[in-house]
Design a protein around this ligand. Sequence first.
Ligand code: CA
Length: 219
Amino acid sequence: MRILIVEDDTLLGDGIRAGLSQNGYAADWVEDGEAAQTAMLTNDYEAVILDLGLPKVPGLEVLKKMRAQGNDTPVIILTAMDGVDERVNGLDSGADDYLTKPFDLEELTARLRALLRRRGGRSTPVITHGELIVDPASHSVTLSEKIIDISPREFTILQLLLENHGKVMSRSRLEEGLYAWNDEVESNTVEVHIHHLRKKLGAELIRTIRGVGYIIDKK
Ligand code: CA
């Protein structure tokens, strides 16, 4: 899951990036509003964590412009404790949620999961697909009530395919979910992970659409 962090406070920005990486997210971090706009032009993000007080282009402008351009990526804004007006303005300008500083990384990841769940049209925290049950909170996977051992990157690919079931996901789109800018990209990595997922979960779950990508059909 690829996340963009926009935060000019170096300690906080780097802390969020490190924390999200540890939780299996591919997190990119930029320090001003202009860099955020450029990042969103060149990458597909599952969510954006957006500070409002930013150099070059203020956070609220970044948000308004995104929505005006039809970019509906979920956005969590970061605001000061006493920033009631900021929060109201942010939500009215198209933010999906907010966090007041200081906050716990655990709360941030829980809110991210809730946003991604709503985006996938789910009301329940776990993803169910026939006998397959995937829990984004605990990163656990069970198939016919048996616990399946799955690596963090295999989990990301499986979750991306399930959240977008019925849609073909290109190899590059899946790869984007796996790596942040500074990560070293392995070659053929998506193919290798799909191969492992098929071995663990059955050959039929993930279909290859030749020359296009991969799909998990709707149940
Ligand atoms: Ca700031």
